[in-house]
Design a protein around this ligand. Structure first.
Ligand code: FES
Ligand code: FES
Length: 149
């Protein structure tokens, strides 16, 4: 059993406490926007926010989020108003296959909260998500654009 707040809603799941959060989100709760890539905290496809911090959910046991606030890609927009990162992503046509993009967007949203005007060095140090489609240039341009919003 684990209890947490998920995208603003109090949520309880009945699972083994060692179950990775990613699988709880996808299989117990049915939020499939958060993706499974590597399963070993390397690619970033599974990034969500936990108490505002970008966190890779594939290796995090659900017991570690007891009582915490989790935001997934499904909860990033404010109602019908997309988050500024999502808006910049659309403007720059960032996604190709899209598989890595939920995690990428969540990582960038957390970066901009901590550093509203990140430098290229900040981006290199923080956005270590892997995109097999090679959208890195568009990602960088969209981050700088979102930072102006
Ligand atoms: S699936 Fe979690 S970092 Fe790759
Ligand atoms: S858009 Fe395809 S893996 Fe990133």
């Amino acid at each position: 059993m684990a209890r947490f707040t998920l995208n603003g809603k109090s949520t309880t799941v009945d699972v083994d406490p060692s179950t990775p959060l990613l699988w709880v989100l996808r299989e117990q709760v049915g939020l499939t926007g958060t993706k499974y890539g590597c399963g070993v905290a390397q690619c970033g496809a599974c990034t969500v926010h936990i108490d505002g911090a970008a966190t890779r959910s594939c290796v995090l046991p659900v017991s570690a989020v007891e009582g915490k606030k989790i935001t997934t890609i499904e909860g990033l927009a404010d109602g019908k108003t997309l988050h500024k990162v999502q808006q910049a992503w659309i403007k720059h046509d960032v996604p190709q296959c899209g598989y890595c993009q939920s995690g990428m967007i969540m990582a960038v949203a957390a970066l901009l909260k901590d550093k509203p005007k990140p430098t290229d060095a900040d981006i290199n140090a923080t956005i270590t998500n892997i995109c097999r489609c090679g959208t890195f240039q568009q990602v960088r341009a969209a981050i700088h654009d979102a930072a102006k919003a």
